[in-house]
Write a protein that binds this ligand. Structure first.
Ligand code: NDP
Ligand code: HSE
Length: 436
């Protein structure tokens, strides 16, 4: 059979890895796909560097539109990134009748509804396994492996850069900026690393996970996002003392009144497997009503792990491109006419446990005042520690772990606590998930 012809847009970390893996494992991949998958054209801005990478095996061009409009290309692989030219290229590729494979979570989180609608109307596939959790086949697992289940929640470490930073800071005591530079050198970070550090990249991925888990439209703008830039070393230390690790988690939960969609640093019990996921590794927990808890673990970023997912999509598209579009797996796991309008809940309505740290005067009645404010806001204290200081007059840091409470109530309590004359700091508030 004739090989299937692929046009590769972008030859950076992931594009280069994809080219390499496709070439190295060509025979094995052909045995699986039923025919050879050949990259015939590549686009890159730096022609000389690109030619060094691909040799004479593929034509190299500087204009990516030349590829998406080339009638000989069957599948376009978008590995440029961002929401600018990448969006134009993907829409044009679909308009030209080509299937698309992309690792671009930013693009799909922002423009996924438009892209999937166009693809459906044209009977085309848009595959994006590499967009979430790098090499872990989490899209396939949720979209296909867990189809029997009503998914209850998904929680994961889905940004390798921030997990790498948190691990290195804790284990090697290295400063944040140094570790970020290392993550960039290793090819983990986004072109704009604030996307990693501020939780935006994780929110892009979580948005896609929520859509395929619950059958809702892609709604990145409704996600609550906090990154790790404000996280202080002292909270990492106190969390450890209390038996927790702090991880940047993406969490999406189905509730009776809507869907929680949130990314933030989270205390997780140290004994949980996910709390021990280190470096650029990712892990995703999925709870289904039939299967119970499932855990998926692997490399979440980098050249070949991400290429592994891109190539898996290429094999899928090669196997399925002659199939009747009605009988393919829907882009977002659910049939387009069955997508639900369940609302994304405001962070104020989220219900979880909390870590609260506050600096107070070490004097009679201060702790009682704090406890009274929490009780009045229907917040139950699970445990508490007090860290005295050597200051004069004496001061102390008090750390509460609460039982599950509603965020709106926690906000009211924090405002009252910060107004107390005996309190001399802002309250540090972190969320805690038992994931049990
Ligand atoms: P790189 O920056 O390494 O590569 C981007 C490529 O696109 C380069 O070849 C670059 O050309 C080309 N490019 C950039 N801008 C333009 C433009 N305006 N016009 C034409 N070509 C352009 O990025 P990555 O490979 O790291 O990431 C690619 C995609 O994969 C992104 O969507 C990213 O989010 C996603 N991803 C990345 C992962 C990773 O571990 N790195 C993991 C999972 C997903 P040149 O080099 O000549 O500038
Ligand atoms: N910047 C991303 C990360 C790449 O660090 O996880 C993988 O999507």
């Amino acid at each position: 059979m004739e090989p299937i012809r692929v046009g590769l847009l972008g030859l950076g970390v992931v594009g280069g890895g994809t080219f390499k893996v496709l070439a190295r494992n060509a025979e094995e991949i052909a045995r699986r796909a039923g025919r050879r998958i050949v990259v015939t054209k590549v686009s890159a801005r730096d022609l000389t560097r690109a030619k060094e990478r691909v040799g004479n095996d593929a034509e190299v061009v500087t204009d990516p539109f030349e590829i998406v409009r080339d009638p000989s290309i069957d599948i376009v692989v978008e590995l440029i990134g961002g929401t600018g030219i990448a969006r134009d290229l993907v829409l044009e590729a679909l308009a030209q009748g080509k299937h698309v494979v992309t690792a671009n979570k930013a693009l799909l989180a922002k423009h996924g509804n438009e892209i999937f609608a166009l693809a459906s109307s044209k009977g085309l596939m848009v595959s994006f396994e590499a967009a979430v959790a790098g090499g872990i086949p989490i899209i396939k697992a949720i979209r296909e492996g867990l189809t029997a289940n009503r998914i209850e929640w998904v929680a994961g470490i889905i940004n390798g850069t921030t997990n790498f930073i948190l691990s290195e800071m804790r284990d090697r005591g290295l400063p944040f900026a140094d570790v970020l530079k290392e993550a960039q050198a290793l090819g983990y970070a986004e072109a704009d690393p604030t996307f990693d550090v501020e939780g935006v990249d994780a929110a892009h991925k979580l948005t896609l996970l929520a859509s395929i888990a619950f059958g809702i439209p892609v709604q990145f703008d409704r996600a609550h996002i906090e990154g790790i830039s404000q996280l202080s070393a002292v909270d990492i230390k106190y969390a450890e003392e209390l038996g927790y690790r702090i991880k940047l988690l993406g969490i999406t939960k189905r509730r009776a009144d809507g869907i929680e969609l949130r990314v933030h640093p989270t205390l997780v019990p140290s004994k949980r497997l996910i709390a021990n996921v280190e470096g650029a590794m990712n892990a995703v927990l999925v709870k289904g009503d039939a299967v119970g808890d499932t855990l998926y673990y692997g490399k979440g970023a980098g050249e070949e792990p991400t290429a592994s997912a891109v190539v898996a999509d290429l094999v899928d598209v090669t196997r399925l491109h002659t199939a009747d579009p009605e009988h393919r797996v829907p882009h977002l796991a659910f049939q387009p006419d069955s997508i639900s309008d369940a609302p994304i809940l405001s962070i104020d309505d989220v219900s979880t446990s909390y870590y609260l740290r506050v600096e107070v005067q070490d004097a009679p009645g201060v702790l009682a005042d704090l406890a009274r404010i929490l009780a009045d806001a229907s917040i139950s204290i699970g445990s508490m520690i007090q860290k005295p200081s050597a200051d004069a007059p004496p001061r102390a840091e008090i750390i509460f772990l609460t039982h599950e409470a509603v965020e709106r109530n926690v906000n009211s309590a924090i405002a009252l606590i910060e107004a107390l004359p005996t309190v001399s700091s802002k309250v540090t508030r972190l969320r805690l998930e038992n994931l049990g």
